[in-house]
Design a protein around this ligand. Structure first.
Ligand code: MN
Ligand code: MN
Length: 465
């Protein structure tokens, strides 16, 4: 009979906070503060890429188009249309030995303006919207919303819009029915409670004084937009304007242990991977950080991961390394390793029935690995090979990083997708690896500061391998 046999044999998940001392705790809180500051100026994919470009340039990263040749230690990036980005540190070993890739996405669920958004009804002016990504529509009514994005005129002039973030700015909102008159609405299924076409943003109510006839409130709004941005109604057809919650990222809980913020899926993994990369100088394997767009709607389009833009970037690395030859790109992918750094569904005790407690990611227990995602019978999943899971476990264990291996919900309930399968299809060894989130895809999502720090340490350790 052996003593402490349980400790030796059981895979017991400790609460992360019980494993850290005061010094580490202050590092955890420090990183979370930097993260929240970043989130407050990077609510959309365009803003995230803009802020990242600023940060990496300050750290000596150079636009790859400005570099003719590359060698070990060089730090370059490619900004794809201001909405996605690939960043690289050239490794000391030949790139033929494979790259170490970390890929997240910087788009988040939100409401987009329709191409012809502005109308007036009964003295009120509205913007029509089309929601982006998987949302519970009722969550987006009666909260303060801000408008972020760009309007591009036919002459190429680009107007950047960000209104609703400053204290002196107006905010916008989508109204909902008062309970007194909502008997019929309350009988509906939750998903039908609010109709997609009814997610219209209230933007004004004063009529334009010098005009007669209908649409005077609409005219007044256009007059204000014309003065402020120099645009006419038709210019909205060539715009990308996104409605996001106007509230700020905040510390959550008496103990300050959590972060509440919009867009943490997947900006929490994007931010921690960038922050980790900025601590690196030399790496053995070429380190790649992907910030992708359009993940929430299927990774399509030329800023989404399904496009060939990333292959183009890696080809450009090979060209500038003087290494390129036929089929080398395929070989490099086959020898590469990747963490698909996307958030996991955190176990929520209020909704315990949807998760298998033995295979769920818990808040505060460290980085969460999903061997596979997919839905109902692993359909559509990229299922990481056991050999690769063992490899990443070894990296985590030797660096004393707390981790959990989970799946997204119960077998016949669960499901979700990330960019993992896209790189896996190219031959890369990939596993999903991110921070567990509560209220995922809601206007205000919750994470643990301990897990945020675990993600940062995981990404650092992976690139140092
Ligand atoms: Mn995600
Ligand atoms: Mn998502």
């Amino acid at each position: 009979m052996e003593e402490n046999l349980k400790e030796k044999l059981f895979n017991t998940q400790k609460d992360g906070w019980e494993t850290v001392g005061e010094e580490e705790k202050s590092k955890i809180f420090h990183l979370a503060n930097d993260y929240m500051k970043f989130l407050n100026v990077a609510k959309t994919e365009r803003e995230f890429i803009k802020q990242t470009e600023k940060l990496i340039q300050e750290n000596g990263y150079i636009d790859i188009n400005e570099k003719k040749e590359l060698q070990a230690g060089d730090k370059v990036y490619f900004n794809n249309r201001g909405k996605s980005m690939y960043i690289a540190i050239i490794g000391e070993e030949s790139i033929e030995e494979g790259m170490h890739i970390i890929g997240s996405h910087v788009d988040s669920p939100r409401l987009d303006l329709k191409p012809n958004p502005l109308y007036e009804d009964t003295g009120l002016a509205y913007f029509k919207t089309h929601y982006y990504g998987g949302i519970k529509k009722y969550q987006w009514t009666t909260i303060p919303l801000s408008i972020h994005g760009v309007i591009v005129k036919p002459n190429g002039e680009k107007i950047e819009v960000c209104i609703g973030e400053e204290e002196t700015d107006p905010i916008f909102t989508i109204t909902d029915l008062l309970p007194h008159l909502a008997q019929e609405q309350m009988e509906k299924k939750l998903k039908n409670g609010i109709d997609g076409e009814d997610l219209s943003l209230l933007v004004g109510s004063i009529p334009y004084a010098l005009e007669k006839g209908p649409d005077k409130v609409k005219l007044n709004i256009l007059s204000i937009l014309n003065q402020k941005y120099g645009i006419v109604e038709a210019d909205l057809t060539s715009s990308e304007l996104e409605l996001v919650p106007a509230f700020r990222a905040r510390t959550l809980g008496f103990d300050g242990s959590m972060v509440a913020a919009y867009g943490q899926d997947d900006k929490v993994c994007a931010y921690t991977s960038i922050a980790a990369m900025m601590t690196l100088t030399q790496v053995k394997h070429t380190a790649i950080c992907i910030l992708s767009d359009k993940e929430e709607i299927g990774s399509m389009g030329n800023t989404g991961m399904e496009s060939h833009m990333f292959d183009y970037f890696v080809s450009e690395l090979l060209n500038r390394l003087g290494a390129n030859r036929p089929n080398l790109l395929d070989k490099v992918f086959c020898y590469s390793k990747m963490l698909s750094s996307d958030v996991d569904a955190g176990f929520d005790p209020l909704y315990a029935s949807v998760s298998d407690k033995l295979n769920a990611g818990f808040i505060g227990k460290g980085i969460s690995l999903n061997k596979y995602t997919g839905s109902k019978g692993k359909s559509g999943a990229s299922d990481a090979n056991a050999e690769y899971v063992a490899w990443i476990r070894n990296v985590l264990e030797k660096n004393n990083i707390r981790y959990q291996v989970a799946e997204l919900g119960k077998v016949d309930i669960g499901g979700g997708g990330t960019i993992a399968y896209i790189l896996a299809n190219k031959g890369v060894d990939v596993i999903d690896c991110g921070v567990p989130v509560l209220s995922m895809h809601a206007p205000y999502e919750v994470t643990s500061k301990f897990d945020i720090y675990s993600a940062y340490k995981t990404y650092q350790a992976f690139w140092k391998e």
